[in-house]
Each structure stands twice: as C-alpha cells, then as structure tokens.
Write a protein that binds this ligand. Structure first.
Ligand code: FNR
Length: 354
C-alpha cells in the first residue's frame, strides 16, 4: 500500500492521490493575463502524467497584481471563458484543477526571467506596483505606492471576486498565495511591513490582511470547495517571520476556513541564506502539521518516489508538491506509482505501451 497514492478528501473534493503540480509561472499569457494554449497543454500534460492536483501559476486577482506582464489573471469574465478549456481538460483526466490566486505587491511589474531583470517601465507594458509601503524590493525594481485602507479593502474584495470566478471557470480548489515576498507575505513579514495603522505592528495586525483574504475567499467559494494557502513558513532571516509565527498563522487560517497549508519559505528578503537541499522545507510542513493540527503540503527539492512516499507515510505532510521535477518529467507520478507498487493507471489511449 502506498500512502502517496491514497486519495485525499478535502471538503466535497477528493484528490485521487497526494501528488500535486506546484504552482509555476509560465510567463506565457496573452494580452491582459488571458491563459493560452501553452497553459492548456502544459497543465493538461501534467494531468495526463497522473498528478492528482494541478495548480496553475500565480494568477493575478487584479492587473497590477501580476509579477510580469505575461502572467495569467482572473479579474474578468473573459478570463473565466479562457480558463474553461484548461480546467475541462485537466478534470477529464481525473485530476483536480486548482488556481493559485495571487497579488505580487511590490514585486509586480518585473521582466519575465528570460527577458531581463528588475522593473518593467510603462513604455514596455509595466505599471506602478502597490505594497505595504513605498520601498522598492530591490534598487532595480519599480518604486511602489503604499496601499491605503481603501486600497487594502479593494485587494480583499478582488481576491473574493476572483475566487468566485475560479469556481465558475471550473476550478475544483483555490490556493491563496501568501508566500515568497508577494503582497500578503509583505504584510505578514516584519521585514517588509513597517505600517503603523491597523495592518502593521504586532503579529496580529500583520496577519490581518491574509486572514481577511482567507475569510473572504471562503465566503466566495461556499462550503464545498477546498481552499489552500501557500505561506513562506520562515523568512530565514534573523528578525523576520518564523516557523513559530507560521504555527499561529496556520491555526488562524484553519479557523478562517482554510483546509491545507502549503509550506514554502523565503522571498521577503534578498539577503536570506536558505539551507537549500533535498526536502529542505519538509520540516516546516511537519512542524506546522504537528503544532497547529492542520493538513499541510510539503514542497521543495522532492524528486524521488521513495522520498515523497516517506513524507506522507511518516506523517510529515498530507500532500507533496513537485515543481521542477514535473517540468522535467510530466509522467513522474505514473512512474512513481509503478515503483511504489500502486496502480499506475495509464490512460486507455496509452495502454498498449505498458
Ligand atoms: C516557481 N515557484 C512558484 N511558486 C508559487 O507559489 N507560485 C508561482 O507562480 C511560482 N512560479 C514558479 C516558476 C518556476 C519556473 C519555478 C521553478 C518555481 C516555486 C515552486 O512552486 C516551488 O515551490 C519551487 O520550485 C520548489 O519546488 P521544486 O521545484 O524543488 O519541486
């Protein structure tokens, strides 16, 4: 019996196994954040490959929340129509399509990695980012505008509206992106939040925006749809956000209606020294799972079937997310299932090959 290939039920949705495609920007959207054939084929291939949960890239809830001008979005009915062929194909393979809803905050309006570094000027389709304050992330990033309370309220309602649209578009689950130094994490971390109003100061005030978003998203999707939240469980910087903070946040997220915490790390500080190695973030997922009593996802340099199996079987996490390994090999889940003695379940169309 493989623990990795055991279904996981979250509310009214059952994932066929515990392997998820991690959210990964493809920088290949059409004008105005519309997903393209690239997204349908890329995400569809990973569904054919057997991952039980297919997460989209960071998908912006407002145009200024995109990381690059080529990121996907979900801020209009046109986006709903454009996502439907993607979700339809993924679901037809037996996988659950999920959207990662995001706002890039002060890290918005940057070049896609192969086009350059730093801020994209208006003349090339860029914009002025918004954030908790007016400090740019790095000197070559664009100078942001600090959000006022009305602006914060608009962010919360944009997440909720996008979550409602996600359900209309056929997504079976929603992940809130509160990690990697993007807007919600910028409010959580004392490294980036220097506000003196009700959204800054102590941990409770810094958590306020993320929890308001979680409650609004839960209300928008109803009781049946799973809501996940990706956090940076530590900033890896002295004086930054810590795993102890994450345990408290995870408990509050669960109370706000979040079903699973996807434990990533870093991104708020360029100077962080991150102990990167095989499964280096798994202890964060395990700690949150144990101390907050919430379901967790583990991510980061998980590449071997036995390694993934052990994470779930050993009770460190409930879901294993793979990023780059699934870029290298979309069929990793089916190969892993065979290796772990689970039924690989190749599609009928491919049966003669196995
Ligand atoms: C990422 N990652 C990422 N994370 C996220 O929360 N939203 C995103 O849109 C992206 N985009 C993205 C693009 C690309 C090309 C890569 C390689 C990564 C991070 C990703 O989800 C994952 O956490 C890391 O890649 C670590 O896992 P792996 O790749 O070691 O399995």
């Amino acid at each position: 019996m493989s623990a990795l290939f055991t279904p996981l039920t979250l509310r009214a949705v059952t994932l066929p196994n515990r392997v998820a495609l991690a959210p990964m920007c493809q920088y290949s959207a059409g004008p105005d954040g519309l997903p393209t054939d690239w997204h349908r084929i890329h995400l569809g291939s990973r569904a054919v490959g057997g991952a039980g949960l297919i997460l989209t890239e960071a998908t912006a809830v407002v145009p200024e929340g995109r990381i690059s001008p080529q990121d996907t979005g979900l801020w209009s009915d046109a986006h709903v129509d454009a996502w439907r062929p993607v979700t339809g194909f993924v679901a037809a393979q037996g996988a659950v399509p999920a959207v990662q809803l995001a706002h890039a905050g002060i890290k918005a309006s940057t070049y896609r990695p192969w086009a350059g570094r730093g801020g994209v000027p208006d003349a090339e389709g860029g914009w002025t980012p918004v954030g908790p304050g007016a400090e740019p992330f790095l000197p070559d990033h664009r100078e942001p505008t600090a959000l006022d309370e009305a602006g914060i309220a608009r962010v919360v309602s944009a997440f909720a509206t996008a979550a409602g649209r996600a359900v209309d578009a056929g997504f079976g689950a929603v992940e809130i992106h509160a990690a990697h130094g993007y807007l919600l994490h910028e409010f959580l971390s004392p490294l980036t939040n220097h506000r003196t109003d009700g959204y800054g100061g102590d941990r409770t005030a810094r958590m306020r925006l993320t929890l308001e978003v979680a409650r609004a998203v839960r209300a928008a999707v109803g009781e049946q749809v799973p809501v996940l939240t990706r956090i940076s469980a530590t900033d890896w910087v002295e004086g930054g956000w810590t795993v102890e903070d994450s345990v408290v946040l995870a408990g509050e997220l669960a109370a706000a209606g979040v079903d699973l915490v996807d434990a990533s790390s870093g991104g708020a500080a360029a100077r962080a020294s991150i102990p990167v190695g095989p499964g280096y973030q798994v202890p964060l997922a395990a700690r949150i799972r144990r101390d907050a009593g919430v379901l967790t996802g583990a991510v980061g340099l998980i590449v071997e079937p036995e390694q993934a199996e052990q994470i779930v079987a050993g009770g460190e996490a409930d879901l294993v997310l793979l990023g780059r390994e699934l870029l290298r090999d979309p069929y990793w889940p089916r190969r892993a299932a065979a290796k772990l003695g689970a039924h690989p379940g190749w599609p009928d169309q491919y049966a003669r090959a196995f």
